[in-house]
Design a protein around this ligand. Structure first.
Ligand code: ZN
Length: 322
């Protein structure tokens, strides 16, 4: 094994209405819109990136808001639950906020010795959790939309895959990605890479005979794991190929380089480089404020802007200096 991922890089979900997606993740959860661009494979639709103050790898949740997307359904072969990190002192703030914003959620529950978990769903059924843990970083807070930096979501905490069988996925995580099995409780197998801190955790929930997930609005499209650089990414690519996986070539996503393949449980995995990051085409202060296009689409900007749905970005989302 030559690779030890630093953890989750981003999670990408599917949404329908772009405005409602923005209003929920930036307006209610208070994430920073760190990039507003288009789906490189379909430039008439948006690709939104949400994250922490600087849009660090590991803090990123992205969405393809496809206006015509039908509602999907969580099931086997999917990342069913996406969990976000908050500080233990923020649990009360979030309960109050979710009530006020009429978000569907469950009362906080203790998990293992050290997690307090608030499970919620967005308006399309996307399943999320706010996980309070003492190891969540104090850094990276973003203050906007009525969420003060101290209580803000710091990034991804973990993901939970629902699988019909977990063995092969577990082997891939340990043998090729550098994860370790750190806990086994009932049908849930917890893997962690590196130090096991927030952002490095993958839970495999094994439910034999589970119905298959249906891709659509409210579900996760894929999860990306971090690679330190392109050379490492290419080494993992050849290792995966030699194991028989059908891996894409290295693709340039402007903010990182990516490779994709489907893991044995059916989930689409990506490996994304940490660099160059979201400040490569606009200053950190202005992240997300204007529509960014890759160079090869710039000549079509006028046409693309005319085809994209209109969205309104409230001033309160622009942060403390707006
Ligand atoms: Zn991705």
């Amino acid at each position: 094994m030559s690779f030890r991922t630093a953890g989750i890089h981003h999670v990408t979900g599917i949404a329908s209405n772009p405005q409602r997606n923005l209003d929920f993740y930036a307006g209610i959860l208070g994430l920073r819109l760190v990039k507003r661009t288009v789906n490189f494979d379909d430039p008439t639709t948006y690709h939104f990136y949400f994250g922490n103050e600087n849009g660090s790898p590991g803090s990123i949740l992205t969405f393809f808001p496809w206006p015509d997307a039908r509602r999907g359904r969580q099931g086997g072969g999917q990342v069913a639950v996406t969990s976000f990190s908050i500080l233990p002192s923020s649990v009360g703030f979030w309960i109050e906020r979710l009530i006020k914003k009429r978000v569907e959620f469950e009362q906080p529950a203790a998990r293992y010795d050290d997690e307090r978990v608030i499970a919620f769903k967005d308006h399309e059924g996307f399943m999320g959790e706010l996980v309070a843990h003492p190891d969540v970083s104090m850094q990276g807070g973003w203050s906007a939309a009525g969420v003060p930096a101290e209580h803000s979501i710091r990034g991804l905490y973990s993901i939970t895959l629902w699988l019909d069988a977990n063995e092969l996925t577990g082997q891939l995580l340990t043998n090729t990605f550098g994860f370790e099995l750190v806990r086994e409780q009932g049908s849930i197998f917890r893997y962690a890479s590196g130090n096991g801190r927030p952002g490095t955790i993958v839970d495999l929930r094994c439910v034999p005979g589970i119905w298959a997930g249906v891709m659509g609005a409210g579900t996760v499209h894929h999860v990306a794991f971090r690679s330190a650089n392109e050379a490492e990414q290419l080494r993992v690519r050849s290792e995966l190929s030699s194991l028989g996986y059908n891996v894409t070539p290295q693709l340039d996503r402007d903010y990182f380089k990516s490779i994709y393949f489907r893991e044995p449980g059916g989930v689409l995995f990506e490996i994304a480089t940490d660099g160059p990051g979201f400040a490569v085409d606009e200053p950190v202060d202005a992240l997300g404020q204007s529509l960014k296009l890759p160079d090869w689409l710039e000549p079509r900007r006028f046409e693309i802007e005319a085809l994209l749905p209109n969205i309104r970005i409230p001033l309160e989302l622009r942060g403390p200096n707006a």
